[in-house]
Design a protein around this ligand. Structure first.
Ligand SMILES: Nc1ncnc2c1ncn2[C@@H]1O[C@H](COP(=O)(O)OP(=O)(O)OP(=O)(O)O)[C@@H](O)[C@H]1O
Ligand SMILES: [Mg+2]
Length: 497
């Protein structure tokens, strides 16, 4: 039977779920009987690409033959090497998605449509790269969805319409941390603020623990610890055992190196502080105080770590809810999202009924504008920020606004895109996230119309276009509000409001 699937393309592990005959989302096991599959790509002796546990073992011992953690570089120009071959993060993600597709096909046969999840703070480039990876894997993907949104959707579905209020989704996985404030009313899920740390997760805890072991080993033996003696996979196993125990030990050579939970917690304390700050910022952005939070919903394997739970309790003043398997919620929510977003033609009556109650919407979490010359009685002509898309606008959305050239004979305009957390008009208080020029034909009068359009599509890819109405000439810009390489100013020609 054909089906809708959701894939959680994780930094460390991936999972796939489908909508079963009873209309419920269900995880599909891989051929080894595991619900999650390592997001690791390797080459075997025959030179074939393999994904999963074998590749993970390979990566732990000989990383020239295997690649992992490439999700962190999605959308960048980073190139990895596997056994001498150059591969991009998009190609590597595509190999993982292909494997997940294969796993899904064993259970559900032909796949109608898939939804792939991404961290909420993924840039436009990383979103595009994920869509491209899915296409390369032969999947029909129209939508990608933010991981916290998928998790919230599953929690709302599971509670059978009983969730109501303001919730926090706290998602700490292998590579990224995401925190979102959502409003849930029965099956309606509204994401009102979302933030994340793109490079903070279980992987960093493994490295921190490896560092503790290396230091102790040096003290005990005088020797430098190598990855052959004690691999990152060994550190990960030891980290996991410290979740259930106060002390763990590793036999390295003839030496027994003990690590206590407290030592591990000290080694990751600065990372915990970053998580705490990000939670506070997100509450602020959502205009929510901890006392307003009905419950904290968890996702991600690293939320099992006791000190992470302590951070949640400290920031939100309550114990979180972990009624579901934290490794699986994102994939389960993504499968629901796939069915929810479909036209329903591939769903049975039971499946249709199961998802028909769901409703989910996301909101923009900053103001997007452009710089132009405004005129006021008091100041005369001055540079001002005009807002096109408001914070809190429902996604998808599109806004058009007309501006006009300033001078007769003006041959170019500067197209700036600004971002701010409050509705600023003063250009000094906004961040310029993109700046480019649009050339105009010579010898024109002043006040030529320039139509500016900003849009957020359903996959939260932001586009801006500046169109010279007289000639139809357009400058199209894909905006990345998470891109840190922002351009400098030095603007000379603007539009008139
Ligand atoms: N019992 C445990 N104690 C500590 N850490 C754990 C435990 N179980 C799993 N983890 C960690 O959780 C991480 C994997 O979680 P998950 O599968 O949610 O991440 P991911 O989806 O791959 O990553 P991301 O969402 O960041 O892209 C790994 O770093 C793993 O070591
Ligand atoms: Mg994850």
């Amino acid at each position: 039977m054909a089906n809708y699937i959701g894939i959680d393309l994780g930094t460390t592990f991936s999972a796939v779920a489908y909508i079963d005959d009873s209309g419920r989302p269900k995880i599909i096991e891989n051929d080894q009987g595991d619900n999650i599959t390592p997001s690791v790509v390797a080459k075997n002796k025959k030179g074939e690409i393999v994904v999963g546990e074998f590749a993970r073992k390979q990566w732990g011992t000989d990383d020239s033959m295997a690649v992992a953690r490439f999700k962190r570089d999605m959308g960048s120009s980073t190139i990895y090497q596997i056994a001498g071959d150059s591969v991009s993060p998009t190609e590597l993600s595509s190999a993982v998605l292909k494997e997940m597709k294969k796993i899904a096909e064993t259970q559900s046969g032909e796949i109608i449509e898939a939804v792939v999840t991404i961290p909420a703070n993924f840039s436009n480039e990383a979103r595009d790269a994920t869509m491209e990876a899915a296409r390369m894997a032969g999947l029909n993907v129209k939508y990608i969805v933010n991981e916290p949104t998928a998790a919230a959707l599953y929690y709302a579905y599971e509670s059978d319409g009983e969730l109501s209020g303001t919730y926090v989704v706290f998602d700490l996985g292998g590579g990224t941390f995401d925190v979102s404030v959502i409003r849930v009313n029965g099956h309606d899920v509204d994401v009102i603020a979302s933030n994340g740390l793109h490079k903070l997760g279980g992987d960093d805890f493994d490295r921190a623990l490896w560092g503790v072991v290396a230091e102790k080993y040096k003290k005990a033996t005088g020797e430098v610890l190598t990855y052959e003696d004690y691999s990152i996979n060994d550190a990960e196993d030891e980290k996991k055992s410290l979740t259930g125990r106060k002390k763990a030990g590793a036999e390295i050579g003839r030496e027994l190196i003990d690590v206590t939970r407290i030592e591990f917690e000290e080694a990751i304390s600065s990372l915990m502080a970053q998580i705490e700050m990000m939670c506070e910022t997100t509450l602020d952005e959502a205009d929510v105080v901890p006392g307003d939070v009905t419950s904290v919903l968890l996702a991600g394997g690293s939320t099992r770590i006791p000190v992470v739970m302590d951070v949640v309790k400290k920031v939100f003043g309550q114990d979180p809810v972990a009624s579901v398997n934290v490794d699986e919620v994102v994939a389960l929510g993504a499968a629901l999202y796939a069915a929810y977003k479909s036209d329903g033609s591939g769903l049975s009556e039971i499946q249709k009924k199961s998802v028909s109650k769901l409703k989910v919407s996301e909101k923009t979490n900053s103001y997007l504008g452009t710089l132009s010359i405004g005129y006021s009685e008091s100041k005369g002509e001055s540079l001002a920020n005009s807002i096109l898309i408001n914070k809190g606008e429902s996604i998808p959305c599109e806004v058009k606004k007309s501006f006009y050239t300033l001078h007769a004979g003006q041959t170019a305009i500067t197209c700036t895109i600004t971002e701010s957390k409050s509705p600023e008009t003063n250009p000094r208080f906004v961040k310029i996230i993109s700046e480019s020029a649009l050339e105009l034909p010579p010898n024109r009068l002043e006040h030529q119309e320039i139509e500016v359009t900003y849009s957020y599509d359903a996959n939260q890819i932001i586009k801006a276009s500046f169109k010279d109405v007289a000639t139809g000439k357009v400058s199209e810009i894909e905006v990345s509000i998470k891109n840190e390489n922002n351009v400098s100013t030095g603007i000379d020609k603007f539009l008139v409001d």
